[in-house]
Ligand binder design. Structure first.
Ligand SMILES: Cc1ncc(COP(=O)(O)O)c(C=O)c1O
Length: 369
C-alpha cells in the first residue's frame, strides 16, 4: 500500500483554522468583563449578548433564540419536545446520519425524499401529504448539504414553504455551511420564505471551532417555551463561558476576518476535488458541483457491493464512510461522500485517483462475474 493513508471520512475543519491566540485573548477579556455572569448559573436560553446578536442577524426578538452545546444538541431537544412515538419525520435522502439517529430515538418514523438535481422530491412529498400522511417536521439542510454538497434551488424551497403552510408541519432548517460560500449567490433561506413555520439552526463549529460547542436555533414563537423548559430541566444552562468567548470574538471583528481566510483555504480544495473528479471519474460516477461547504459527493454509475468497496479502498490506502449510513429507506451503496476541507490539494488528488482505480477494478470484476 502506498503512503499516506487518505481519510475521506469526517467533515471536520482542519486544526490550522483554529484561532488559538485570538480565542485565548477573548477568553481573558471575557473573564475580566463578564466573569461574574459566565461563571454563575443562568437562564437556559444562553448568554444574553450572543442571543441578541443572533436575534439581530435574523430580524427577530431575542426571546425567540436559544443557544445550545452545538446545534446537534438543540436538534435532539427539539425532537424530544416535538415528537411522540410513531410520529412521522421527513428528511432528505441522503441526509445527515446523526439526525436520523436522534429522530428515531425520539420514536419517529423517518421518511426520506430522494435528492435530485432540483433538491428533494417535493412532488412525491405532495403526493404523500395529499394521501393523508401528516409529518410533524421536515428536517432539511438546504445549503451545501452534509453529505451531498447540494444546494436546494429557490423554486423547490418555495414549494417546501408552501407545503409546510398548507399541511402544518415544522421545517427544521439546519444550515451550518451557509456562510461558507466560495462562489455564486446565496439562495433565500427557508426561514426567509416561511418564518412562521421554520426553525433556523446554525453553529459556530465550522466557522470558529467545533470544540467550543456553540450552536443556536431561531424558533417560531410557539416552540420557545417548551424548548427552554426542556433545556432548563435537562442541564440548567449551557456553557456561558464558551458563548461569551464566541461573542467577544465576533465583537472584535475576528469572525468577519476569519471568513475570507476560511474561504481562501477551502475554495482551492473544492476546486481540486472537482478537477480530480473530472479527470479520474468521468464515466464512472455522477457528482454535484457545490460552490461552498465541506462536501462533494459522487454516485457510482454501476452497482457495487458496499462492503467490498470499503475494503478495497482501505487496502488501497483510502478510508471512506459507508454511503449506506446516510440513507433511511433506499440503498446508499453507490453513494460516496468526499469531505475535502481537512485535506491538502495533494491528498485530495491522490485520494480521488485511488478511488477511481478501486471503482474501476471493482466494476470490471462485477461485470466479469
Ligand atoms: C448538517 C449538520 N448539522 C449539524 C452538525 C453538528 O453541528 P454542531 O457541531 O453545531 O453540533 C453537523 C456537523 O457536522 C452537520 O453537518
Amino acid at each position: 500500500m502506498s503512503e499516506p493513508v487518505i481519510r475521506f471520512t469526517r467533515g471536520v475543519p482542519p486544526p490550522e483554522t483554529f484561532p488559538k491566540e485570538r480565542l485565548a485573548e477573548c477568553a481573558c477579556a471575557v473573564l475580566e468583563k463578564y466573569g461574574d455572569v459566565v461563571l454563575q448559573y443562568g437562564p437556559s436560553a444562553g448568554f444574553t449578548a450572543l442571543r441578541q446578536w443572533i436575534a439581530a442577524e435574523s430580524g427577530v426578538e431575542e426571546s425567540r433564540t436559544i443557544i445550545g452545546q452545538g446545534s446537534l444538541h438543540l436538534q435532539d431537544m427539539l425532537a424530544r419536545v416535538l415528537l411522540e412515538p410513531g410520529d412521522v419525520a421527513y428528511v432528505e435522502e441522503p441526509t445527515y446520519d446523526r439526525t436520523v439517529t436522534l429522530l428515531r430515538r425520539s420514536g419517529a418514523r423517518v421518511v426520506g425524499f430522494p435528492l435530485g438535481a432540483e433538491g428533494p422530491d417535493v412532488e412525491e412529498m405532495e403526493r404523500r401529504l395529499k394521501d393523508g400522511e401528516r409529518p410533524k417536521l421536515f428536517y432539511v439542510i438546504p445549503d451545501f448539504q452534509n453529505p451531498s454538497g447540494m444546494v436546494i434551488p429557490l423554486e423547490t424551497r418555495r414549494c417546501i414553504a408552501e407545503l409546510a403552510r398548507e399541511y402544518d408541519f415544522w421545517i427544521i432548517e439546519d444550515s451550518p455551511y451557509r456562510r461558507l460560500r466560495y462562489a455564486g449567490e446565496d439562495v433565500p433561506a427557508l426561514f426567509d420564505l416561511c418564518p412562521e413555520r421554520t426553525v433556523r439552526m446554525s453553529s459556530f463549529s465550522k466557522l470558529i471551532s467545533p470544540g467550543l460547542r456553540v450552536g443556536y436555533a431561531v424558533l417560531p414563537a410557539p416552540l420557545t417555551k417548551p424548548l427552554l423548559k426542556y433545556a432548563e430541566d435537562s442541564y440548567i444552562n449551557p456553557s456561558y463561558f464558551n458563548q461569551a468567548i464566541v461573542y467577544e470574538y465576533i465583537q472584535r471583528g475576528y469572525l468577519d476576518e476569519a471568513l475570507p481566510f476560511l474561504k481562501s483555504l477551502y475554495a482551492p480544495r473544492l476546486q481540486a476535488a472537482l478537477n480530480a473528479l473530472d479527470r479520474e471519474m468521468d464515466g464512472l460516477a455522477d457528482w454535484v458541483r457545490p460552490q461552498g461547504g465541506f462536501f462533494v459527493s459522487v454516485v457510482l454509475r454501476t452497482a457495487v457491493d458496499a462492503d467490498s468497496l470499503l475494503d478495497a479502498a482501505a487496502k488501497a490506502g483510502l478510508i471512506l464512510s459507508d454511503g449506506r449510513g446516510f440513507y433511511v429507506e433506499r440503498d446508499g451503496s453507490r453513494f460516496i461522500r468526499l469531505p475535502f476541507c481537512a485535506l491538502t490539494v495533494e491528498e485530495i488528488e491522490l485520494g480521488i485517483q485511488r478511488l477511481a482505480q478501486v471503482v474501476r477494478e471493482l466494476t470490471t470484476e462485477t461485470a466479469r462475474r
